[in-house]
Design a protein around this ligand. Structure first.
Ligand SMILES: [Zn+2]
Length: 269
């Protein structure tokens, strides 16, 4: 099912492509003659797809909050484009209540929201275009921020796309103010060593990249903080003396009101 959505999104990215090599939701909605309104809707919603008087209309919240970056708004527009293009979603919005309020950005557990997020990620950052731009297995925060800028998408989306389509192991951890919101470990690493990372910021090593960013340390111009760490610091089931306690590169990117993103990667340089 997810594979079908990924295929659909990457095909449609070709049909509604812009200069950067990814799909453009504004071009897409324009091609289908669907009205798209961007405005400050305060914190009422991120995006909304409505079926009214025989027509679909899209509303994207672009205002109110400086953490709602251009890339994030574009991600929301691609999420709505997903609802419009995935037939079961479109049918359900047309025949159901008529208005769908989106909680886009990989934070909802609703199947429809998850599917629209997967669609958006692959529509904005198609696999081929991503692999053409970055080939090194040593990707990290710098490449994630490049994908965020180049494909004009949210940082979280860029990170998930790098994890899914670039080589090498990685763990991504999204923090709220003090607690982990979610953790994504790529499949190989998960099976290599099934272990959940720490969940509370009080357990972070003093001076680690994530601890610094969560506690308001000044962010360098590159937009992230980087330190070395060990696996046992992050995965309590690993004993400090274990042979599996290898050194990891820890990078943390601030996302404003949307939290902090931690990237853990093996140190293979
Ligand atoms: Zn939605």
């Amino acid at each position: 099912m997810n594979e079908d959505i990924i295929q659909l999104a990457e095909n449609l990215a070709e049909d509604h492509k812009y200069a950067g090599g990814g799909g453009d939701p504004h071009i897409g909605f324009g091609d289908y003659e669907v009205d798209l309104v961007e405005d400050d809707f305060y914190n009422a919603f991120e995006g909304l797809l409505r079926y009214k008087d025989g027509e679909f209309q899209v509303f994207i919240n672009t205002g109110h909050n400086h953490s709602r970056t251009k890339g994030r708004c574009r991600f929301t527009a691609a999420h709505e484009f997903g609802h419009y293009c995935i037939k079961s979603h479109r049918d359900s919005i047309r025949s159901g209540k008529g208005t769908h309020f989106s909680k886009s950005g990989f934070q909802s557990k609703e199947p429809m929201e998850r599917e629209a997020d997967i669609f958006a990620a692959h529509f904005l950052v198609p696999t081929k275009a991503l692999q053409k731009r970055h080939k090194s297995p040593n990707w990290g925060a710098m490449e994630i921020l490049d994908v965020h800028a180049h494909f004009e998408t949210s940082v979280t989306c860029a990170a998930l796309r790098c994890q899914a389509s670039l080589p090498g192991n990685s763990t991504l951890i999204l923090w709220g103010k003090t607690e982990v919101r979610w953790q994504r470990m790529d499949r190989d690493w998960w099976f290599d060593l099934p272990a959940r990372s720490i969940r509370n910021s009080s357990l972070l090593a003093n001076g680690s990249a994530t601890e610094k960013v969560l506690n308001g340390y000044p962010i360098p111009d590159e937009g992230y903080v980087r330190t070395g760490t060990t696996r046992s610091h992050w995965f309590p089931r690993i004993a400090p003396w274990s042979t599996k306690n290898d050194i990891l590169i820890e990078e943390a990117i601030p996302l404003g009101d949307y939290g902090v993103l931690t990237i853990l990667r093996p140190d293979c340089r």
